[in-house]
Design a protein around this ligand. Structure first.
Ligand code: AKG
Ligand code: FE2
Length: 210
């Protein structure tokens, strides 16, 4: 993977900041170069094949439970230094973090991200990404890793917008969906094929004023 750097004043990142400020969400259909998307998809599949992905839980800490009736995906956290494609993604997200802080004064301090795989038929019921006992998740950013997703394969991310409308994001490879974690309820609809993503949350210090 060639080293990739996007400066924090790249127009794509400024557009995301502007969308978040104006609407609370943003969809960038061509966010990642195809080669990087393919490498990240390969890493997600590799982790699946070696059993590194595990059923995702609901909630935090000791209250965490696996409930397939609420969410049916398997996940594995991405840490720096694990793979070149992951590091390239983290570098991009660092530029996005700097852009959001500079443009929107969000005070985002860190990113947590995991690979996710939804088997066919799996879904994630409507929810908010902010935990009741921890308000540090501020911006959610979901990157899709699915090559040539067809419109009839389902698997949309359905956003419930503040104005009462819904917006469906097709999980097409290279597409990034961002939204304010506390403000936009959303759900993942079931798909007829395996659905891969890399989901990140920019966090502020827990307890910081909104
Ligand atoms: O994969 C998606 O489209 C969204 C996943 C999600 O909502 C979550 O992991 O909290
Ligand atoms: Fe979510």
């Amino acid at each position: 993977m060639p080293p990739m750097h996007i400066s924090s004043d790249h127009p794509l990142l400024l557009r995301i900041a502007d969308d978040l400020a104006t609407h609370g969400w943003s969809q960038q259909s061509i966010f990642l170069p195809q080669a990087l998307t393919a490498e990240l998809a390969g890493e997600c599949r590799r982790r699946s094949a070696t059993g590194e992905l595990t059923p995702a839980g609901i909630g935090r800490g000791e209250q965490q439970q696996v409930q397939e009736g609420i969410r049916g995906d398997c996940i594995d956290w991405l840490e720096p230094g694990q793979c070149a494609s992951g590091d390239a993604y983290l570098a991009l997200m660092e530029s996005l973090r700097q852009a959001l802080n500079r443009e929107l004064f969000l005070g985002l301090e860190e990113l947590e991200s995991h690979f996710a795989l939804y088997p066919p038929g799996a879904y994630y019921q409507r929810h908010l990404d902010r935990f009741r006992d921890d308000d540090s998740r501020t911006v959610s950013a979901v990157l899709y890793l699915n090559e040539a997703w067809q419109p009839d394969e389902g698997g949309e991310l359905r956003l419930y917008l503040p104005d009462g409308r819904v917006h469906d994001v097709v999980p097409q490879g290279g597409c990034l969906a961002c939204f304010l974690s506390a403000d936009i309820p959303h759900e993942v609809l079931p798909a007829t094929r395996e659905r891969l993503s890399l989901t990140g949350w920019f966090r502020r210090r827990a307890g910081a004023p909104r």
